[in-house]
Design a protein around this ligand. Sequence first.
Ligand code: SAH
Ligand code: SF4
Length: 376
Amino acid sequence: MHYAMEQRCLYDYNLSELTELLQSWGEPAFRARQLYRHLYVNLARQVDQMTDLPLALRSRLAEIPFSTLRCEQVQIGDNGMTRKALFRLPDGAVVETVLMVYPDRSTVCVSTQAGCGMGCVFCATGQLGLLRNLSSGEIVAQAIWASQELRAMGMAGPTGRVSNLVFMGMGEPFANYDRWWQAVERLHDPQGFNLGARSMTVSTVGLVKGIERLANERLPINLAISLHAPDDALRSELMPVNRRYPIADLMAATRNYIAKTRRRVSFEYVLLQGKNDHPHQAIALARLLRRSAPRGPLLFHVNLIPWNPVPGTPLGRSEWERVTTFQQILTDYDIPCTVRVERGVEIAAACGQLAGRHGVPLNTVEPETPTRNLTG
Ligand code: SAH
Ligand code: SF4
């Protein structure tokens, strides 16, 4: 099946592009600012709600798709505090977004591609292959959905708005760099969605060119790198990308990134029973990180991730005791290390489980209408 990006939607425009568009229709610039506020601050769900815009303008705007994401299903877990949305795109491709509400913050996990071409063997999305890149509007609209969801849940205080955003859903952000970065800029815009750069984290499979580009960007978003193995042989087996960018290249790029930005980098490490979770591998990882780190305070952090089983793979999830032993070894080497708290296990909302499981979900809440536009 061939998937292709279709017509632009309203979320594909930044403020200056909206201004240009409206000016080409003979509208003054302040109308574009009003529209932009409706989209990113008021979280309007349809053009009809923008009652301060003239009717003629509203009917013209209604000709542009509001958002191209159609929410087909929302699955609920963790007593309502984790919600996974399944969106159908106009060309039939599917992407998922997860909202996680914590006592002090609300985090949304956003997809950047439909499917993924990187082929990591432990990842459900990787098994789909790449269907297509998402447009910037399709990325942005996932964060808008999460904000609307929080509002509908009646959340208040720090959890009432999206406070953190991670690009850890389906896809490899650096393989769709330009559109992904446009989405970052738009979500950050203080006149609009106003999400702090430090509140966003991008996770990459290790595309060196993307790490180099990110080091030169003006917004200081956080970087997480999927490492998952302490040596090239095992990393290439788990992550085909390692043949193109082996560990030495990845570490050199990471060192340069830190030298340039002085920002801390996280390494993600999914624990697979008997594969990459032996104590000698924890030692090898600690030594690798110690010798790769730039001089000065250690700006590395390791995030151990309990693997979420993906059906059809011969891999297994590490027993808890092996996880804690692995963590202890890294700690003994003075490498800051945490174990990722799992969310949404019962609705398959955890990392790497987004995709291919749209059969019979638990606790499915159907939207009011069988298919609704994200914003309608
Ligand atoms: N493509 C990017 C970002 C999306 S994946 C990347 O690979 O970094 C986000 C994180 O989830 C990555 O660290 C990835 O390795 C991890 N992951 C993939 N499949 C997983 C699974 N089944 N269980 C736990 N984590 C998984
Ligand atoms: Fe793609 Fe990331 Fe999954 Fe690898 S882990 S296949 S890069 S989404």
